[in-house]
Each structure stands twice: as structure tokens, then as C-alpha cells.
Design a protein around this ligand. Structure first.
Ligand SMILES: [Zn+2]
Length: 71
């Protein structure tokens, strides 16, 4: 992944998602549900964005960044 704004946002969201999972396992604290409620529309939007970011992270693991910037 490169240094373009899209890559940074993707990394940020994927990081938040990973961190949240870690917190759930370690401390039983889910930041997303704590801040936005359990499976409310805003919480779902965050999960969907994190999911898309995770997918993009996996894609860029084997391919170039979807936005076209170099690695
Ligand atoms: Zn990029």
C-alpha cells in the first residue's frame, strides 16, 4: 500500500477493526458498540467500512493498491 489518502484511510479503518477485536478478546470491551450501540445503523456502517478496508488490505497484499499508487 502506498501513501495516498485512500491507503491511509484503509489502513486506519483496518487498524481500528483489528484493535477492536483484540479489545473484545482481552477485555470484553467493544469500542464500536460502546460508542455507537449494538448493531445500530452507525455501528453497522463502521463494521462494513472495516470489512471493506480489510478486504482492500488483503487485495493489496497480492496486488497493487486499487487507487493506483505504487507501493
Ligand atoms: Zn493508494
Amino acid at each position: 500500500m502506498g501513501k495516498c489518502p485512500i491507503c491511509k484511510i484503509v489502513k486506519l479503518l483496518a487498524g481500528i477493526g483489528a484493535l477492536n477485536w483484540g479489545l473484545v478478546a482481552l477485555f470484553n470491551v467493544n469500542l464500536v458498540t460502546t460508542l455507537l450501540g449494538d448493531m445500530t445503523t452507525p455501528a453497522k456502517i463502521v463494521y462494513i467500512l472495516v470489512g471493506i478496508s480489510g478486504l482492500m488490505t488483503l487485495v493489496t497484499f497480492i496486488k497493487q493498491c486499487p487507487c493506483g499508487c505504487t507501493k
